[in-house]
Design a protein around this ligand. Sequence first.
Ligand SMILES: [Zn+2]
Length: 352
Amino acid sequence: MTPWVAGIDLGGTKIEIGLVAPDNSIVARRRFPTEDARGPASVVERIAACIEALQAQAGARVAAVGVCTPGPVDHLNGVLHDPPNIPGLHHAPLAALLSERLGVPARLEHDAKATGLGEYHFGAGRGERSMVYIIVGTGVGAAIIADGEIYRGAHNSAGEFGHTTLDRYGAVCSCGSRGCVETFMSGPWLARRYAAAQQGGAPTLETEARIDGEAIAALAGQGDPLALHILSEAGDALGTAIATLAMILDIECYVIGGSVAHCGELFFAPARQAVPRHSFRSVGERVRIVGNQLDTDAAILGCAWLAAGAGAITMWPRSAAPKYGAASLQWVTRSHLLCAALSVFRLSFAAF
Ligand SMILES: [Zn+2]
């Protein structure tokens, strides 16, 4: 039986929580400021209080919770590392803290990976064997799902698509490298490119941006020639980068989400045109680039999917919930090793 679960999307500015019913519908949701400067205990307490309120509203109890945050994330131990935009939660053992407070299993995942899982299981990726989810917003990231499993790499860092090099002589990126994918298409870089083109110079991190990425999308929608050109270049860059992914991974389905993806065909059409120019015909002709379907629901449903797997395997009564400390961290590690060892049980949740 599929349980009730909660999905938690924890970002730099806001936390959004959804209560997910056994039929995979989000039946209740709330959003509130992250305020990470108040520390992990405050964040965990406000999340727990919100989930309790949502449970009372729906007349249900969750069997597990899943939470996603910007990376880097230690998904095995449920520990957030040091994402630059959430300094108050650096090295917080979020999964253990939430599990102790709520008395149910908790899973922590990187937000791009959780969102990708949401789209894969419930959105644009339904029916696909493998898929790459690419988020293009303030930053650019990706989740690679191969044969139904997230590809993590050695340290759960796989998918840093935004900081792969597209032009080794290009603009200096915030990561210190040059010509990263992100410098061609993230919202802030679209604004820099627009401002630089207006001023007749090259885009740089310091280029004054009087408008943001969403404004450029709006201008393009109104037919502004410069905004259309910038967006077309961004799409061409996206297609070129996807062609490289396709040549390496031989994955056919690429789902694009994030605020820049709201530009739709103005962004996607030049991307599709670029793919065959930079890949073998036999590979490129099979590539499909589509927009996401779930928008912000994807992260909540991806977290819920992870939570349902955790709850099914490691559920225990509330009285037996572990106390937080070194022992509970070991317990979390053991529970996730158990999850991995018993991953075959996920087959029984294929319908979730
Ligand atoms: Zn970079």
